[in-house]
Design a protein around this ligand. Structure first.
Ligand code: 4GX
Length: 251
């Protein structure tokens, strides 16, 4: 995967490339990355990248010429890459999209600032518009980092086996089960006994139940969109029966 970020603040990415899983992916060579300063493609002594909006109104608009030239430069450097713009009007980013993007050879990520970019950029030069959620950022950079971060960990070989094993088939589209480490008691709360038992099938069952019930309690919308297999239906029915018997005993 080859990432090219287009931004007027390339320094924002210095720390991002230099830490954690993203750094490991770069070091191991599964990923290459660079940032292009859009300002380098602006004309004149002052290298201006923004201008006042036609028709008036508050705020500034990103000028089309520097951005178009920066996109051209990025495409020349990474001709196979898909060109993505981060914008609230884009397709909502989710784990499925992260998976699709992880199979691309390269991503050119266009980070707008100000009120937005000149509308004439969005048409032919951009393959895909992505939104990371329905809120307004001050620029596309943080959104680009979110996309790069989520995509990078899905590139084969980036996560060690120990990490990737966590993507158990049953856990798809569910919240993760609770995680515990030492000490065995913290703030008067003990680690669930089953996790200390060494009984791997019991642990697997517990995790599955925890994951499903946690999803039901915290993110029921995720269950609405997902089908349930026989085991999962049995788990939920057991909880329903337990709840019903408590209600019966109190009424
Ligand atoms: N998910 N923003 C982009 C400027 C802008 C506006 C329109 C291009 C077209 C955002 C989000 C987000 C704020 C980044 C506006 N650029 N990006 N910026 N939510 O809010 O991705």
């Amino acid at each position: 995967m080859d990432y090219t970020v287009l931004t007027i603040f390339p320094e924002l990415f210095d720390a991002f490339w230099a830490h954690g899983i993203v750094r490991r992916a770069l070091t191991q060579g599964q990923v290459t990355a660079g940032a292009i300063n859009i300002r380098d493609y602006a004309a004149g002594r002052h290298k201006v990248t923004d201008d006042r909006p036609y028709g008036g109104g508050a705020g500034m608009v990103m000028k089309p010429e520097p951005l178009a030239a920066a996109i051209d430069a990025a495409r020349e450097k990474s001709p196979e890459a898909m060109t993505v713009m981060l914008t609230p009007q884009g397709r909502k980013f989710d784990q499925a999209m992260a998976g699709e993007l992880s199979r691309e050879g390269g991503l050119i990520l266009v980070c707008g600032r100000y009120e937005g970019v000149d509308e004439r950029i969005c048409g032919d030069q951009i393959d895909l518009e992505i939104s990371i959620g329905d809120y307004v950022l001050t620029g596309g950079e943080v959104a680009a980092m979110a996309v790069i971060d989520a995509v990078t960990r899905l590139i084969p070989g980036v996560l060690g086996n120990a990490d990737s094993a966590r993507q158990d088939s049953f856990a798809q589209d569910l919240l993760e089960h609770g995680h515990y480490t030492r000490p065995p008691s913290f703030n008067n709360e003990s680690v669930p006994q089953v996790l200390l038992s060494g009984n791997h099938s019991a642990i697997e069952q517990w995790r599955r139940e925890y994951s499903l019930v946690k999803t039901f309690l915290k993110r029921p919308d995720l269950l609405e969109e997902r089908s349930l297999d026989e085991t999962e239906l049995e788990i939920l029915k057991k909880w329903r029966n337990d709840i019903e018997s408590i209600i019966r005993s109190k009424s």
